[in-house]
Design a protein around this ligand. Structure first.
Ligand SMILES: [Zn+2]
Length: 488
């Protein structure tokens, strides 16, 4: 029996434990393919990005893309993988129409990344990470099958995780964390819709002491599909387990299935090949690679702060809640650096976090921009936050200044005077406005005095209206409070 948290937050009990291991394929962000000079640009006309090497023509020789190797090494370092001193290339032999050479160049017994882990934040083990070339793409149209070899030879890093994930939700979180990390360290853009991040899920279940056979669900290309496919597959296996006593681990070989998103079911594809079927052998066209300690050190330095380290630092250094940390980190590594700088500029990290995760995030989404290209620097945002506090700008005024500062390269004070924003902070003027607002809203006043404290909000709105939105917010709060507490 296993307790998992549903998407609605309540604990759900299933009569089985789900065991999930993911094989994640990340396309490395290089300009050219893994062993030739063809471009990796997405969406080129079919078969236009090909050459004798990736078409597998006789006599063509592969040459390793140095940048791809560096990116793969960086990824292995980020996943805390053991990095060997020597790694080599192997041929994985099989026949398929999208594989013109009849084999795929991969890494078999000496991958460039050995055991490692990813903290999500629970630690999930990594078995290995290896480089390989992608195959082409087949499109079926009626009786025809069209072959596009633009993808053939694309650099892929395959990251094989240990079967330590225990629910469909956790599998999805793992893949999201993996994608965020690979994006942050510049290894991959992880665009699932363009095929630069895909995963296969190995799923089986444990019921008491018994375990079902593993089913590998191939080519899941969205986070949601992964979660749905795993959930469906686990329940399908449980149903089969209950009525079929031969459906046990070891009695049925591992199978390869696919996910049919339209029907919402998994379907069998083919019997899974064992490694022996691929007749792996070292590729005679490529020399093994020595990895120096300097290269490993450089790769580790390129990784910088890992998400797990950032998570801890944001909580300990700034006292941010785990919710705030989660939202901020969901915006990527650049958001953390932006937040660090904005906080330093205003000295109020909680407010800086709110601005970035709300207003800044909203503008980025609306305008489809990234934080790197955002017109308002972290320092200027920090200046706005400091000015808001110092002058007592209302929320609306601060938002107006924010918009002005995005549109023009002004600092906060210049934007405030350009907009002609004034703030009434004179007590007597505010007392007048509060009294007028209270007189005009007797119901809210009596509600408040009967204990409905929320009624103060509508009164505050009325006061701000009296002051044409220019009342100093903290003074309005204080005066309103005093006046309301003062019984006639
Ligand atoms: Zn090529």
């Amino acid at each position: 029996m296993s307790v998992v948290t549903s998407r609605f937050g309540e604990a759900m009990t299933t009569p089985y434990e789900t065991i999930i291991g993911l094989e994640v394929h990340v396309q490395l962000q290089t300009r050219t393919k893994l062993f030739c000079g063809c471009p990796t640009t997405f969406g080129l006309p079919p078969n236009s990005a090909t050459c004798p090497v990736c078409l597998g023509l006789p006599g063509a020789l592969p040459v390793l893309n140095r940048h791809a190797f560096q990116l793969a090494l960086r990824a292995a370092a980020a996943l805390n993988c053991q990095i060997p001193q020597r790694t080599k290339w192997d041929r994985k032999n099989y026949f398929y129409p999208d594989l013109p050479k009849g084999y795929q160049i991969s890494q078999y017994d000496q991958p460039l990344g050995g055991e490692g882990y990813l903290d999500i934040p629970r630690r999930i083990g990594i078995i290995r990470a290896h480089l390989e070339e992608d195959a082409g793409k087949l499109t079926h149209e009626g009786n025809l099958t069209l072959v596009d070899l633009n993808r053939a030879g694309m650099p892929l890093l395959e990251i094989v995780g240990k079967p330590e994930l225990t629910s469909p939700e956790e599998a999805k979180i793992y893949l999201e964390e993996m994608a965020g990390l690979m994006r942050d360290i510049g290894v991959s853009d992880c665009r699932m819709e363009e095929g630069s991040l895909r995963c296969d899920a190995n799923v089986n279940i444990r019921v008491g002491d018994e375990v079902t056979p593993i089913v590998e669900i191939k080519n899941l290309n969205s986070f949601r599909f992964l979660e749905r496919a795993v959930r469906y597959e686990a329940s399908r296996q449980y149903e089969r387990f209950q009525r079929d006593s031969s459906f046990r681990f070891g009695k049925v070989p591992k199978q390869t299935w696919g996910w049919d998103e339209v029907a919402g079911v998994t379907r069998p594809q083919r019997e899974k090949e064992e490694a022996a079927d691929y007749r792996y052998f070292p590729d005679p066209d490529l020399v093994p690679i020595r990895i120096s300690p300097e290269q490993v050190a450089a790769a580790r330095a390129e990784v910088g702060e890992l998400p797990s380290q950032a998570r801890e630092r944001l909580a300990s250094q700034y006292g941010l809640s785990s919710y705030d940390v989660g939202v901020l980190m969901g915006m990527g590594r650049t958001a953390i650096a932006y937040f660090d700088r904005a906080s330093a500029a205003c000295g109020d990290s909680k407010t800086a976090c709110n601005w970035i995760t709300n207003q800044v995030a909203a503008v980025l989404k609306e305008t489809n921009t990234t934080l790197d290209a955002f017109a308002l620097s972290a320092e200027r945002l920090g200046g706005l936050i400091a000015a808001q506090k110092r002058i007592g700008l209302s929320r609306q005024q601060a938002l107006d200044v924010f918009a002005k500062m995005i549109a023009e390269p002004l600092d906060a004070d210049a934007a405030i005077s350009a907009l002609g924003v004034t703030v009434v902070s004179d007590d007597s003027a505010i007392v007048e406005a509060v009294r007028r607002a209270m007189a005009a809203n007797p119901k809210a006043v009596s509600d408040y005095r009967k204990g409905k404290k929320a009624a103060a909000n509508s009164l505050k709105g009325a006061v701000m209206k009296e002051l044409r939105g220019a009342g100093r917010a903290d003074v309005v709060d204080r005066v309103l409070q005093t006046e309301l507490e003062r019984h006639e």
